[in-house]
Design a protein around this ligand. Structure first.
Ligand code: AP5
Length: 216
């Protein structure tokens, strides 16, 4: 599985970040989350971060040019023959096309697109209870995946926080953006023969087993 290149597709709260972190920990893959990259830009008050914050807080997609340029720089830093997983990118047809150009430029090819399938009620339950570590980015859930000590990361001892965009009204906007702008990519990748459906409304370990079966 060395050098494998994956995309994780799925609605907000489907578990993309959780699976990406498992692939990083267990398989040594580089996990690239455009959501985490953008939150970092916002935290550092960069020019891109200031522009992105208003879209993110409203639950809307950040403009393609901003996200494509951030992701392109990060992909180029990955050492050759190292596997990587993209979490949250691409999210529009323009991003999917830009990614094909980036891969062509780097001389690498995409192996699989894993589509995490989760019904809406499960997504809402997952987002409302999500907590994330401010230090290492580890993802928890108050009920499904609690930390051993409340509010403290098991891995690095960092403080856990609730994301701004996990408020109920913002979640609705994010789900609509997903349906309109991102869900059409399922067909785009199915037509390329590399889409794999993952039943992800089960626990994290079972979902991860399914992922491993699909990419072996
Ligand atoms: P981003 O951070 O990418 O958010 P998202 O796609 O909405 O996805 P989430 O991070 O909310 O969910 P996830 O699928 O990773 O689930 P997780 O593993 O955390 O993007 C945020 C914003 O940035 C966007 O709205 C947009 O503004 C901007 N943005 C980012 N990328 C962009 C792009 N390419 N273009 C334009 N704008 C972009 O799990 C959720 C919860 O469920 C957790 O609590 C977890 O513990 C729990 N959980 C996970 N799996 C399971 C399981 N199997 N069973 C039980 N609980 C589980």
């Amino acid at each position: 599985m060395e050098g494998i290149k994956l995309i994780l597709l799925g609605p907000p709260g489907a578990g993309k970040g959780t699976i990406a972190n498992m692939l990083r920990t267990e398989r040594g893959m580089v996990a690239l989350s455009t959501g985490d990259m953008l939150r970092e830009e916002v935290k550092n008050r960069t020019q891109s971060g200031r522009k992105a914050a208003e879209y993110m807080n409203a639950g809307k997609l950040v403009p393609d040019e901003t996200v494509i340029s951030i992701l392109k720089n990060r992909i180029k830093e990955i050492p050759p023959n190292t596997g990587f997983v993209l979490d949250g990118f691409p999210r529009t047809a323009a991003q999917a096309e830009a990614l094909e150009d980036i891969f062509r430029e780097l001389g690498v090819s995409l192996d699989f697109v894993l589509n995490l399938e989760v019904p809406r009620d499960v997504v809402l339950q997952r987002l409302s209870g999500r907590r994330q570590c401010s230090g290492c980015g580890e993802i928890y859930h108050l009920k499904n995946m609690p930390s051993a000590r409340e509010g403290i990361c098991d891995k690095c001892g960092g403080a856990l926080f609730q994301r701004n965009d996990d408020r109920e009204d913002t979640v609705e906007t994010r789900l609509t953006a997903y349906e309109r702008q991102t869900a059409p990519l399922i067909e785009f990748y199915a037509n390329r023969g590399i889409l794999r459906a993952i039943k992800a409304d089960v626990g994290p370990a079972e979902t991860f087993n399914e992922v491993k079966k699909q990419i072996l």
